[in-house]
Design a protein around this ligand. Structure first.
Ligand SMILES: [Zn+2]
Ligand SMILES: [Zn+2]
Length: 167
């Protein structure tokens, strides 16, 4: 769970950034941001749309898409995943790393002072400048493991580690 003061802080940041950029704070935009700010699911646009629609029946998927990319342009959400396909949005802008389930796509944040101080190989500089680095730990989450254990006893594959450069 994301605690209430963290969500409140994200909303205040959103209001300040929108005001500074001259972006109109419509009820729809506020609700869409609130949904991302209160979620630890790293939702994609369709997932945000499904939840927001229960509160705002007139909202369209197109509005959700445009609002999420607006939030991205304002620097209020980060994205993960490939550009094409299902881009996912993350309102946690503090340095953190991800656990991603290779079966269901569950994504969770974790922090690590050691990983924040990761020693990036000098060879990376030949690709370009470094803005940030985060580690994506992949594995099979508990729910998926329990589901396959119920179906057939199989050995879980070891988690892979991969450091990715963010742009
Ligand atoms: Zn899973
Ligand atoms: Zn995250």
């Amino acid at each position: 769970m994301i605690d209430h003061s963290e969500i409140q802080g994200r909303l205040e940041k959103f209001q300040a950034a929108a005001k500074a950029a001259g972006v109109k704070l419509t009820h729809q935009r506020l609700e869409i941001f609130r949904e991302v700010a209160a979620s630890q699911e790293h939702p994609d646009a369709e997932a945000v749309f499904r939840t927001v629609k229960t509160r705002l029946p007139t909202v369209s998927l197109d509005t959700v898409y445009r609002t999420l990319w607006l939030l991205h342009d304002l620097g209020l959400v980060a994205t993960l995943g490939p550009r094409r396909g299902s881009v996912r949005f993350d309102a946690n802008l503090d340095p953190h790393h991800h656990y991603v389930c290779v079966r269901c796509g569950l994504a969770r944040d974790f922090t690590s002072a050691e990983l924040d101080a990761l020693d990036i190989p000098a060879a990376v500089n030949s690709f370009g400048s470094i803005v940030a680095a985060h580690v994506e730990v992949r594995g099979v989450c508990r729910d998926c493991a329990a589901r396959s254990a119920a179906a057939e006893p199989a050995a879980a594959s070891p988690p892979e580690q991969e450091a990715r450069r963010e742009t």
